[in-house]
Write a protein of this length. Sequence first.
Length: 146
Amino acid sequence: MNYTVKSIKNFQGREGTGYSCSLYLDGKKIGTVTDTAGGGETDFYLDNGEKEKLDAYCKTLPVKKFSENMTIPTDCDWFVSDLVDEYEKQKKYRKWCKKETVFRIDGDKKGSYRVINKPYSDDIKKALEKNYAGKGLVIVNELIKK
C-alpha cells in the first residue's frame, strides 16, 4: 500500500501547528485528514471502508520508540502526521537544492547544513566524497524524492 499526502495547508492551533491534507492510496484520493492542533484527535474524512484499511495497515507498522522503556504502536494519527512531515521536508529540500548543493557531515550542529553555491553534479559529488571520506557525508540533493 502506497499512502501519500497532497494539498497540505498548515495553520496555527491552540497547541501548536495544525494541518489539513488530502490522503491518497496508490495515487487515488480517498479523503481528507485534519489535525486542528487543539489537543484532540486527528479527524479523518475518508471514503467508505478506507479508514478501516488505514487502521489495519497502521497495525502492521513498527512501534514508535521514544526511549528504552517507552514505545507506542503506530496509529493513523502518527502515520499521517509522519507523511505530512516527510512531504514538508521534501518540499524544503527541493527549494534548497534547486540551484545549490546542500550537504552535512558528522559533527555538524543539528539542523545545520553546508552549501556550495553551484548546482549539484557528479563532479561536485566526487569532490565532496574525496574531501569528506569517512566523515558521514550526507548530500541533501540525493535525498530528494522524484
